[in-house]
Structure formats: structure tokens, C-alpha cells
Design a protein around this ligand. Structure first.
Ligand code: ADP
Ligand code: ASP
Ligand code: MG
Length: 417
């Protein structure tokens, strides 16, 4: 007997039939003798609809009210699943973030979890064998008590953090794919499912765009060494042996992984924007004049490239920001024009970042060079490059994303036979 968190994403709770299917997955684990806390997302498409309503009401809106609106999707599914569980004879109760409580920072719309008190949930496991059905994605501001949300995809983080709080043996993430693949299987049908992925590599895959797990969920799992198992909710509940090993991918510490590859996977993101500040005088303090105001505006700069301008005398600085911060970044640079002293600003939003990830890069030279050659053979122009210990990324025209991902997937021998 053990203790489990089971998280179900949007497509897994898309309608009442799918919620009934989830109830059967939960019943299977309860019948096997486990204590179970379930974390649910909103029905698929619901959060997008709520976000659109908030934006429609006013494009620049109060983040506290955004949170009050978008948190409602998970409130609905938690209640519905509790009812569906009761209907199949399982004792269950829904919990909103504020009821547990899941205390978070005050960064509305992208709050961080600070503390979860799991004691009430645990005593209900012990006293009543009651399943907790928890609304994912939401918490409360620890100072004001107002509802917060954890950023898009945040139910994954709710699930892993709850697993830590109730000292679960494992956190199962049920989704619409049966594991983590070498790249998005919807883009590359030849992608292969991995049995195990190290936290560190999963952190890079997620932060470079593999949305199967929210980055922070992997961070929390890594810090607390909580095993995360990604699996499909579309496998029939009745076909699964609760004591066997179902198809899926275990995210775990590196020591538990025997086989190692130079390249583990490829991620991509079209959520990027490029800003090139042209013809700046090449002198100390120029980079600071650009990046200090961006940091002050809370804009995350990712790739940075500096090169000589076309006049041969001045310098150009190119960098990328998340597409959602593009307009603000452009405004920030324009209003700092006086201190930066540039001639021209070039920007592009039809760009994509493709990243190659693998802990084997620590000990293998020339991995990135192979990619540059393969992309140039395909006539794909590289706008910017960044590298770190276990990954490198290239910025390219968005139109070539799929071609680039497939080319690199084949290049590094990741295609399924
Ligand atoms: P949920 O609603 O269950 O949270 P998401 O849509 O957030 O599901 O995440 C699952 C999706 O992530 C998959 O449908 C898949 O298209 C995408 N994805 C991107 N990269 C990967 C990858 N490397 N492995 C598996 N899925 C991936
Ligand atoms: N419903 C939220 C979203 O769509 C949170 C989640 O699904 O993880 O972003
Ligand atoms: Mg998700």
C-alpha cells in the first residue's frame, strides 16, 4: 500500500464521459489500497476561453482579477470528479487552493507555491479513506488571501508540490500522450518514447518548449527528489494492472538511469521574438544600458548575440524575449534610446527557437557543429545561437521549425526504426 498523486490534464477531463473515465482510473488505485490525491486541470479549451474573456474585457487588466476568473475552470472539474467518484462508490471531496491552503507568492498569474499544509488531507486518508480531488493551477496569495494562479500549465506544478506535501511515493501525470518522447510526437511521428529521463534534462526540455510538463513542476520534483511518471489517461482503466508497470516515462534522478545518450531530445518554441539594436557605439556600458531597463521591466532576455554593424565601426546587439513580452520590450528599448544611442531597431516575431538537449554533451565535443552543418544543408539560416552545459539552441525563421526539428531528430539518431 502506498500514497499516490494522480494529475489529469485538460483533454483527460474534457467532458463528463472523460471525467467518468478518470474516476475509474482513480478507483483502480483506491481498490489496490493506495491513498490517493487527485489534481485536475480545467476542461480542455476552458482556460483559453476564460483568458480571452479577461482580455476582451480589457487588454491590460488587473492580474488579481485575471486570477479570480481563470481559476474557475479547475473549480468546476474538481467538483465534477468528486461527484463522479462518489457515483462509483468512492469516498471523495473536492478542494480549492484556498481550502487546503496552497500558499503562494504574490506574483498573480505566475505565482510560486511557498507552502502547502498536507495534514488535513493525510488525516482524511487515515480516518475515512477519502480521496482528495484538488483544483490544480490555483493557490492563495500568502499575504492577502486572494486567489492566485501558477502560470499556464500550472496544474503539473500543483500536483508535484502536493505529492511532496503529503509525502507521496510518486506523482503520476496523466495526459494525452503515453510519456515523454524524444520530441513532440505530434510534430515528428518518428519520435520515440523514453523510459526514463533525468530531472535535469527534463528541466531543459520543458523550459525550451516541451509543454508536456510545466518547468516548475520539474524543478519541484528535482529539489524534493519526487519521482514523476508521465502516462496516458487514454489507456483503458480496466486494462491496467495496478501492480504492473504501465507504458510511460519516469522523470527521476540521473543516478537511476543506466543508458546514456549524447542527445536525449529536441524541443522547440515559437513563442519567441527577436530584437536587434543596430549601430550602437562599441564602448563599456552599452550592454548594461540595454539589459538593465529590460530587467527592471521584468522581461526575461534569453539569447544574446553581439556583432559588428554593417558600417564596420559600430556594433549590433541582438536578443530574444518571450513573444508575450515583445511589445513591452520594444517600448522599453525605444524609451531608453537616449542612453543607449542606437541608430535603428529591427524586430521579428516570426521566429522559433529549436533546442537540442543531452547530458552527454558535457563530455562530447562537436555536437552543435554537426547541427549547424545539417541545417545549412537544408538552407535554414541561423539567426542566433546559445549554448549551455547540456543543451544548445538556434533561432531560425518560424516557417522552418518542423523541418529543422525533423532534420536534427534524424541527425542525432533519435528516429524510431
Ligand atoms: P495536459 O492538458 O494533459 O496538461 P498538455 O497539452 O499540456 O497536456 O501536454 C501534452 C502535450 O505535450 C502532448 O499532446 C504533446 O503534443 C506535447 N509535447 C511537446 N513535447 C513533447 C514531448 N517531448 N513528449 C511528449 N509530449 C510532448
Ligand atoms: N488549466 C490551466 C491551463 O490551461 C492549467 C493546466 O492545465 O495545467 O494552463
Ligand atoms: Mg499541461
Amino acid at each position: 500500500m502506498g500514497r499516490l498523486v494522480m494529475k489529469f490534464g485538460g483533454t483527460s477531463v474534457a467532458n463528463i464521459d472523460r471525467i467518468r473515465n478518470v474516476a475509474l482510473h482513480v478507483k483502480r488505485e483506491v481498490d489496490a489500497g493506495h491513498d490517493v490525491a487527485v489534481v485536475v486541470s480545467a476542461m480542455s479549451g476552458k482556460t483559453n476561453e476564460l483568458v480571452a474573456w479577461a482580455t476582451d474585457a480589457s487588454p491590460l487588466h488587473d492580474a488579481r482579477e485575471y486570477d479570480a476568473i481563470v481559476a474557475s475552470g479547475e473549480q468546476v472539474t474538481s467538483g465534477l470528479l468528486a461527484i463522479a467518484l462518489q457515483a462509483v462508490g468512492i469516498q471523495a471531496r473536492s478542494w480549492q487552493g484556498w481550502q487546503i491552503p496552497i500558499k503562494t507568492s504574490d506574483a498573480h498569474a505566475s505565482a510560486r507555491i511557498l507552502e502547502i499544509d498536507g495534514s488535513e488531507l493525510i488525516s482524511r486518508f487515515n480516518d475515512r479513506k477519502e480521496v482528495a480531488v484538488i483544483a490544480g493551477f490555483q493557490g492563495i496569495n500568502a499575504d492577502t488571501g486572494r486567489i492566485t494562479t501558477l502560470g499556464r500549465g500550472g496544474s503539473d506544478t500543483s500536483a508535484v508540490a502536493i505529492a511532496v506535501a503529503i509525502k507521496a511515493d510518486r506523482c503520476d501525470i496523466y495526459t494525452d500522450v503515453d510519456g515523454v518522447y524524444t520530441t513532440d510526437p505530434r510534430v515528428v511521428p518518428k519520435a520515440q518514447r523514453m523510459n526514463k529521463v533525468a530531472f535535469e534534462e527534463m528541466l531543459e526540455l520543458a523550459s525550451q518548449g516541451a509543454k508536456v510538463l510545466q518547468v516548475r513542476s520539474v524543478e519541484v520534483g528535482m529539489v524534493h527528489n519526487m519521482p514523476i511518471f508521465v502516462r496516458s489517461s487514454f489507456d483503458k482503466p480496466e486494462d491496467i494492472d495496478p501492480h504492473g508497470t504501465p507504458p510511460g516515462t519516469l522523470i527521476c534522478s540521473e543516478e537511476e538511469i543506466m543508458e546514456s545518450h549524447v542527445v536525449t531530445g529536441i524541443a522547440f518554441s515559437k513563442d519567441e521574438a527577436q530584437i536587434s539594436v543596430r549601430q550602437i557605439e562599441d564602448k563599456p556600458g552599452v550592454a548594461a544600458s540595454i539589459f538593465v531597463p529590460l530587467a527592471a521591466a521584468n522581461i526575461n532576455v534569453d539569447m544574446i548575440v553581439q556583432n559588428v554593424s554593417e558600417d564596420g565601426k559600430t556594433t549590433d546587439l541582438t536578443f530574444t524575449v518571450p513573444a508575450s513580452d515583445y511589445v513591452r520590450a520594444k517600448e522599453t528599448i525605444t524609451s531608453a534610446k537616449g542612453t543607449i544611442g542606437y541608430q535603428r531597431l529591427d524586430t521579428a516575431t516570426d521566429v522559433a527557437k529549436v533546442s537540442v538537449i543531452g547530458s552527454g554533451m558535457r563530455s562530447h565535443a562537436g555536437v552543435a557543429a554537426q547541427a549547424f552543418a545539417a541545417l545549412s544543408e537544408r538552407k535554414i539560416n541561423i539567426r542566433a545561437i546559445t549554448t549551455s552545459e547540456i543543451k544548445f539552441s538556434v533561432l531560425i525563421d518560424a516557417a522552418y521549425t518542423e523541418l529543422a526539428v525533423r532534420t536534427l531528430h534524424t541527425l542525432y539518431g533519435l528516429d524510431k526504426a
